[in-house]
Design a protein. Structure first.
Length: 230
């Protein structure tokens, strides 16, 4: 559990706050990262939904269905308030196993039926996928670096996570480094590319798209925090 930073006061979400639900593979890393932004804006409520019975995209899809769509759901989506759902997933072996495209199709199907269920709501991308190749840690890397990592350097380490921790002295600091969100968005977008099948190329991440969503709400407070980092 990360100790809450003392350089800002947590703001309770307002009655009309938009919600961003993040259904993710990691039970700790993603939760710690996105937890940094909780309470930075009263106009945004971030809810992280960690995995329960498995981390592959199909299991996360079923988790989202139970938590957000079923009659026994735990959470409520309000499309009038522009609520959104993001799946933060790794490429891992899921692409080879054909488990990513069904998740993307599921999101497209949900988006296509919003106006069917709510006549007064115009269609918008309420359901989205943020895929990182090979894993979420490559997104953390772009908080401090603006170039694609060298694959030979990565091979010197047991994992991409270990490589990122090596690159960042002391490892990624979840209490301060997420304040570099604007840098990460710019760095990741600059080097981003897709394969012919639409999935991110190696060392590319769609997390910058989710980052833009969050940044739009927390920009003023985040700029103050970022200035303290120098």
């Amino acid at each position: 559990m990360i100790t809450r930073r003392k350089d800002y006061s947590k703001q309770a979400p307002s009655k009309n706050a938009s919600k961003i639900y993040i259904v993710c593979e990691g039970a700790e890393t993603e939760k710690n990262y996105f937890g940094f932004f909780e309470g930075l804006s009263s106009n945004l409520e971030l809810i992280v939904i960690p995995p329960e019975e498995g981390t592959d995209p199909l299991k996360l899809m079923e988790l989202a269905r139970r938590e957000l769509l079923d009659e026994t759901r735990t959470h409520t989506l309000d499309f009038m308030q522009n609520d959104k759902v993001w799946f933060a997933i790794d490429t891992d072996t899921w692409e080879e196993e054909g488990k990513i495209q069904p998740l993307r199709d599921f999101c497209a199907d949900q988006n296509g039926h919003i106006s069917d269920k709510y006549d007064e709501v115009k269609p918008y991308p309420a359901w989205s996928v943020a895929q990182s190749n090979p894993c979420f840690e490559i997104w953390l890397y772009y908080h401090l670096y603006d170039t694609v990592p060298d694959i030979e350097d990565i091979k010197k380490h047991p994992s991409v996570k270990a490589f990122v921790n090596h690159c960042i002295a002391g490892g990624f600091d979840y209490q301060k480094d997420p304040a570099r969100l604007k840098d990460a968005i710019e760095n990741a977008e600059k080097v981003f590319s897709r394969k012919d099948n639409g999935n991110p190329e190696l060392f590319s991440t769609e997390q910058y798209l989710l980052g833009k969503e969050i940044y739009g709400f927390v920009k003023p407070e985040l700029q103050k925090l970022r200035n303290k980092l120098g």
